[in-house]
Design a protein around this ligand. Structure first.
Ligand SMILES: *Cc1c(COP(=O)(O)O)cnc(C)c1O
Length: 397
């Protein structure tokens, strides 16, 4: 694969987004290598997916061992890793039941269906789910309608009805939308794609109170913020609240396609025929999920995520002071640097193109940069990243 990209024909790959003229060929820890042998310090990690970095030995071993044993008995049967991972997740959370999915969007679809079903059984057919402006819940028709991205509700009209939008951290805006049709509120504890905006302590607690008082379910979409990313196993644990439903994706598979829908006993009301899927709960992916969650739960691991989050925060604040930027925000190892100017896109490109080593970061909004490194990133790699960023800011800011 050491040919330059010009010699590689990519015309059969459907165009959905512009991609740089390189092919990524291998990865180890926090580093990715392209077809020209160039190394990149990876603070994207598959979009907050590779929580244990590239080439994690525990995950590879789990994948290999399970592949040799049993890849797919069909979803009509129990399999060992499916049960093992369900137990691990329920033992370490406030939930009692787990349904596995293959992507975050699919887990959220399941959450929407479960809430609507619960509304049919318990709230005279209430079906509306209040979501938030700038939220992101996935790319299926229903999850696009649930998302608060501008134009996303009309892009593939007609949209799926029943997702009124409130403002994050504004309880009054939620109250205004509550009617007898409301069955749930769905929230990202930290809005990821929206620009790394955490829900405040007070808002989350008040929201839990409001939903309880009105017999409304609280759904936490932890596809991005869950699985150790914020320094606790699940992000809701920061707030001392218990949601009724939670969805996981991204980090739970450490890079393989795995997601989950979790619910309390009181809410898990699916009956045969309501929910399913060909690959759901397959042993190959759930075996990897067990390795990931066990590594996150190893003594000291989550504390080290908190410590690294603090280091990244301090370094970003230093950069902010040095270049007159607008500070930083986030939780654990999901953080953003506020640039004050729309130079995010430019910085992302220059970072990738820098040599001899590139840097991978992203800019979900033009005026900020987002960092979502592996949770086992080293202190030294955090300092290297900030050093690279310092050079780029000298050029651009
Ligand atoms: C990425 C993401 C999703 C969608 O997950 P996919 O696996 O891409 O379908 C949903 N919710 C949040 C909060 C996300 O960050």
């Amino acid at each position: 694969m050491n040919k330059p990209i010009q010699a590689i024909d990519t015309h059969s790959v459907m165009f959905i987004t512009p991609r740089p003229d390189v092919i990524m060929v291998e990865g180890k820890g926090s580093w990715l290598v392209d077809n020209n042998g160039k190394r990149y310090l990876d603070f994207l990690q598959g979009w907050a997916v590779n929580c244990l970095g590239h080439g994690n030995p525990g995950m590879i071993e789990a994948l290999n061992a399970q592949a040799k044993k049993l890849i797919n008995p069909s979803p009509a049967f129990y399999n060992e890793p499916m049960i093992g991972l369900s137990n691990l997740l329920t033992t370490n959370s406030c939930f009692n039941k787990v349904f596995f999915a293959n992507s975050g969007a699919e887990a959220n679809e399941g959450a929407i269906k479960l809430a609507r079903k619960w509304g049919q059984l318990n709230k005279s057919g209430a079906f509306e789910i209040i979501t938030f402006d700038h939220s992101f819940h996935g790319r299926t028709l229903a999850t696009m309608s649930a998302s608060g991205k501008p134009n996303w509700d009309t892009m593939f009209a007609p949209q799926v009805a029943g997702f009124p939008k409130a403002d994050l951290n504004d309880l009054e805006s939620v109250k205004k939308l509550v009617t007898d049709k409301t069955v749930a509120v769905m929230i990202e504890p930290v809005q990821g794609e929206g620009g790394v905006i955490p829900a405040t302590q007070e808002f989350m607690r008040e929201l839990r109170k409001l939903t309880k008082e009105n017999n409304i379910l609280l759904i936490c979409d932890e596809v991005q913020a869950g699985c150790g990313r914020t320094g606790t196993l699940f992000a809701y644990q920061h707030y001392g609240i218990k949601p009724d439903i939670m969805t996981l994706g991204k980090g739970i598979g450490g890079g393989v396609p795995l997601a989950a829908l979790l619910a309390t006993d009181a809410v898990a009301c699916f009956v045969p025929g309501d929910q399913g899927g060909t690959y759901n709960g397959n042993p190959l992916m759930t075996a990897v999920g067990i390795s990931v969650i066990e590594q996150l739960l190893a003594p000291g691991f989550l504390d080290s995520v908190k410590a690294k989050g603090e280091l990244l925060k301090l370094e970003l604040l230093e950069l902010s002071a040095e270049f007159g930027l607008e500070g930083e925000r986030g939780e654990g190892l999901l953080r953003a640097l506020m640039l004050g100017n729309d130079i995010g896109g430019k910085l992302v490109e220059l970072a990738r193109e820098r040599s001899p080593e590139g840097l991978l970061i992203n800019s979900p909004r033009p005026n900020l940069l987002r960092f979502m490194p592996a949770l086992n990133v080293s202190d030294d790699e955090i300092l290297q990243m900030c050093g690279m960023l310092r050079e780029l800011l000298k050029e651009v800011a």
